[in-house]
Design a protein around this ligand. Structure first.
Ligand code: ZN
Length: 118
């Protein structure tokens, strides 16, 4: 089963491992919600991650665990004028000053933002 979406399955397992360590640290019994931030520039597909996470937490003795995925759009920042923008119609040039000296500003995020336990 773990071969269905290897990348998302590995991430789901990592998330669960981190969450379980944190729960042990806090002395928490039940996991309610895990909120993760997944940038659009990462190769992770939210629906696959949800599927994999549900698969590996299905047999947990607690109530249903909710995985909330926050998406961060892929955006760029112009190194010349400082403007931030999504992929513009001008290609990868800055829509304000037309400079091609641009860098990824957001979209590579991949982290656990919040864990709700009891
Ligand atoms: Zn610019």
């Amino acid at each position: 089963m773990s071969m269905i979406h290897p990348r998302e399955m590995a991430l789901a397992q990592d998330i669960l491992d981190i969450v379980q360590r944190e729960m042990a640290y806090q002395g928490a019994i039940k996991l309610r919600t895990v909120r993760v931030v997944v940038g659009e520039a990462t190769p992770m597909l939210p629906e696959r991650l949800t599927f994999c996470f549900e698969l590996i937490t299905k047999e947990f003795p607690s109530d249903r665990i909710k995985l909330i995925i926050e998406r961060i759009p892929l955006a760029f920042r112009c190194r010349f004028c400082g403007a931030t923008f999504f992929i513009p119609e001008t290609g990868f040039a800055c829509p304000k000053c037309r400079s091609k000296n641009v860098a990824v500003f957001s979209g590579n995020e991949l982290f656990i933002k919040e864990i709700e336990v009891e």
